[in-house]
Design a protein around this ligand. Sequence first.
Ligand code: 5AD
Ligand code: SF4
Length: 460
Amino acid sequence: MTDATLQRLFHLRTYGCQMNVHDSEKISNLLYHAGYRATDSADAADLLIINTCSIRDKAEQHLYSDLGRLRDWKGEGARRVLAVAGCVAQQEGDSLLVRFPHVDFVFGTHNLRFVAAMASAAERGSRTARVDETDSVERFDLPQRHPDFGGESVGRAYVTVMEGCDMFCSFCIVPTTRGREISRATAGIVAEAEALAASGVREITLLGQTVNAYGRHDARRGHAEERGTASFSQLLRRLAAIPGLDRIRYTSPHPLFFDDDLVRVHAEVDAVCPHVHLPLQSGSDSVLTDMRRRYGRDDFRRTADALRKAKPDIAITTDLIVGFPGESDADFRDTLDLVRDIAFVDGFSFKYSPRPGTSALRLDRPAVPPDEAQERLEELQSLLRSLTLKAHRARVGGTTEVLVEGPSRRGGGQLKGRDPYHRVVNFETPEGLSAPKAGDFATVRVVDATPHSLIALAVS
Ligand code: 5AD
Ligand code: SF4
């Protein structure tokens, strides 16, 4: 046992996408292995790490205001260590150390494994930034979950299958912050999934910036055998054969990499959930060309149709950007039409945010005035809300299977979880039935619908 007086405590704040959430799990696990333990309280912490996001300017500004507020935190303890990780760290590197003298160390998205060494060097007064990129698959070789570190959620887990992005969409900073596409060997992924299933995990979500591009470079270069990478659909089939793993999800795929076999997997493999998050970004062909998405509206529609043909009840959700440079009112109407036509079950929508180093900055297109972009966003969001409500209402009266996450925000003893379609379900357990625990499956009957969730009653 570690002496409690020597036990270092860390506090980790996470912004951004699922990759960041999972990177934070990896950072936490590494720190557990180095003898640290987590705390929810910044005041109690010896080490405070901010895992940052830079997908839009707002996310980046969040870090700067957070760092401003942390000057006092740092000043209050002689040995307190403050670190910045994630996408802003990767993008800004040691300039963060110059701009914020109270930051002790900075580590990028390829350098998670150095966290403990950097923290102890920082305690001895060193101030460093490690943001070198590596094309080595070594970065996937992380220790197994520490027995005291349970992960962020019970019954569910993320598994990284590939990292980086080579698509270079003109608006997107990810290829800069996450580097080149690299796929992890299938055997390592399967071994991790088996260990998770053996520890009680029932649902895994495969992660990658363009997750269904998994293995494509190795296959194209004739390296697949040597690197041990199957195709993405083969990988899904292998994982589905693991006993105890009831649900497999993946995020985020790129519409370009839905080959026939991946579509077939949705028809044939029960463990693969009937939900695909398929980012459309825009429904206008000319905007899609300027965004460098490499598909048109008809290609996207064909992919959605193929998925629906394979799995008629599949739920398709999306990401959309409004106000991209040059987007006319007619372009925006094209987006609304396609969104309505595809009938997404849900979607995230954003105003275009210019990002450093992206090629959209060099496009010779007029900027969309902020008021107009705001109006478009609101119109799109209202359409998406109505589609979600319609999809939710169509579920009333049916039964579904919920993987329980814990208490619902609605209070009153309600529980919350997700169904196979990735819909949030809030449900009550009638008297006489014992309430399920986090990590259990519950069968529920849907009794009502809101734009945010399904309301249900447990039936077993
Ligand atoms: N501005 C606005 N939204 C963006 N996204 C990515 N880059 C930008 C940007 N520069 C959105 C896309 C992507 C989601 C994760 O974030 O819709 O799919
Ligand atoms: Fe960004 Fe495009 Fe890569 Fe997605 S596919 S991470 S939007 S560059």
